[in-house]
Design a binder for this molecule. Structure first.
Ligand code: DOR
Length: 440
């Protein structure tokens, strides 16, 4: 019998099933879909067979917050380099933010990004539409988008929406998901003046303090409750916000946390200086612990990286001229799986937080689980060996990681997008193309 085109058989992997249980078995894909999951698939004639003995098969990671810099800031990153970094990190789909040049605040800018992605992205892609003070019509009508991004603080120019009346107008119109960067601009501005002249980057966490984050999160939740509007809180960074959400979060509100807010804290300024600078800033070790607990308890729903690359030259400037942001898509899965091996959580929880929960929150159909009929976006990871994060191997154009030197397990061995091998043992197959994500 002729083998059907683009069928793939993954043999004898340790599978993480939708109910969180493990099973040793085979997965058959055909035409980009999972067509069979079984302990032993006997009669298939696939075009490619992968011996996965000793490896663990997970649904591909969906990273629901990244900044990939194209168009306009391609000296930091572009959709091709970033998507290769995704493939290496086991990230098979991403949702990208609107602070590019031009800003993604109109249908034409969104169409341009989709076209660029179709021509060069090796993994699947979706894009946010950015809110400004005067693009309400676009916010309600543009398609396709995963949602509206509002920078309530920590932003300059048109994407900063820090007036309550403007925010209220956005929450009051339309029904699509609103994702907020919750930091109070007024408080940040005032504290910037108070701490002016200090060049130690550690001051960043005091200027953009926990109160600034709490005030904005409280306002977003207040507006969401008033209008029963679907709200997502991006990169939750503080224990007090987590405790507030534990009490006040309605069931139509979701929240995410980044690996860096779980695993790094203000002590990182001493070792990596401005490479640790991001918005919202790193917090204390106590915040790390409260965020972990909130994640385990379901107060925080999922993980995003906020991959926000800047060149080493830019990061080498003196605070406050150094830009905020750090890359993340290459290290997020091994960081979380290493945490699982250390007993902070289970592998099944990591799968939920990095695949299933983001697919559900954004209404992305047929992704995030290893299930017949679902898209064949998969990642085989090695949980038996440890390897150090090392600058030379970084594929992101920025060429650095805040986790250099960390010894991690759970590194992707093979990543599969739409049934095609896009990454295998250090090599990216640059011929693969991802698809535009659907949002229902
Ligand atoms: O640290 C950050 N960097 N936080 C943001 O919200 C934006 C991002 C960027 O685009 O550099």
């Amino acid at each position: 019998m002729m083998s059907s085109p683009k069928s793939l058989l993954i043999r004898q992997a340790r599978l993480v099933l939708p109910n969180g249980e493990f099973m040793l078995g085979d997965v058959l894909t055909q035409g980009g879909k999972i067509v069979e999951v079984n302990s032993n698939i006997a009669n298939a004639t696939p075009s490619l067979e992968i011996d996965a003995q000793g490896l663990t098969l997970l649904p591909g990671v969906i990273d629901p917050q990244v900044h990939f810099r194209e168009p306009g800031l391609e000296h930091k990153e572009d959709l091709f380099t970033a998507s290769c970094a995704c493939a290496k990190g086991g990230v098979t789909s991403f949702l990208e933010m609107p602070n590019t040049k031009p800003l993604t605040i109109s249908q034409s800018a969104l169409d341009d990004k989709l076209q660029r992605a179709a021509s060069k992205c090796v993994v699947n892609y979706g894009f946010f539409i950015g809110a400004t003070a005067d693009n309400l019509t676009e916010l309600v009508t543009v398609q396709p988008t995963c949602g509206i991004k509002i920078f309530m603080g920590s932003m300059r120019g048109d994407l900063l929406v820090d007036q309550e009346t403007t925010l209220e107008n956005i929450f009051a119109h339309g029904s699509r998901l609103i994702a907020v960067h919750a930091e109070d601009q007024q408080r940040i501005k005032q504290r910037r003046q108070e701490f002016a002249g200090i060049e130690d980057p550690a001051i960043h966490s005091q200027i953009q303090d926990t109160q600034a984050a709490l005030l904005a999160t409280q306002l977003a939740v207040k507006l969401s409750k008033k209008y029963q509007r679907r709200l997502h809180i991006l990169h939750l960074s503080t224990g007090i916000e987590a405790e507030f959400l534990r009490r006040e979060k309605p069931n139509w509100v979701t929240a995410e946390v980044t690996p860096q807010h779980l695993l790094l804290n203000t002590s990182a300024y001493e070792t990596i200086g401005t490479l640790a600078q991001m918005n919202p800033p790193l917090r204390s070790p106590e915040d790390n612990e409260i965020l972990w607990q909130a994640l385990r308890d379901g107060v925080i729903d999922f993980i995003a990286t906020d991959h926000a690359p800047h060149t080493l030259e830019e990061k080498g400037k003196t605070y406050p001229n150094s830009p905020s942001g750090m890359p993340g898509v290459e290290t997020s899965l091994p960081l979380m799986l290493t945490s699982a091996q250390e007993g902070k959580c289970t592998v099944a929880q990591v799968v939920n937080w990095m695949s299933k929960a983001p697919a559900q929150a954004y209404g992305i159909p047929n992704k995030g689980e290893i299930k017949v009929g679902y898209d064949a976006d998969l990642v085989l990871v090695d949980l038996n060996n440890y390897k150090t994060v090392n600058r030379e191997e970084i594929l992101s154009k920025c060429g650095w990681s805040p986790f250099e030197g960390w010894n991690l397990t759970g590194w992707p061995v093979t990543t599969i997008v739409g049934g095609e091998v896009v990454y295998d043992k250090g090599e990216v197959n640059t011929q693969v193309r991802g698809k535009a994500l659907q949002f229902v």
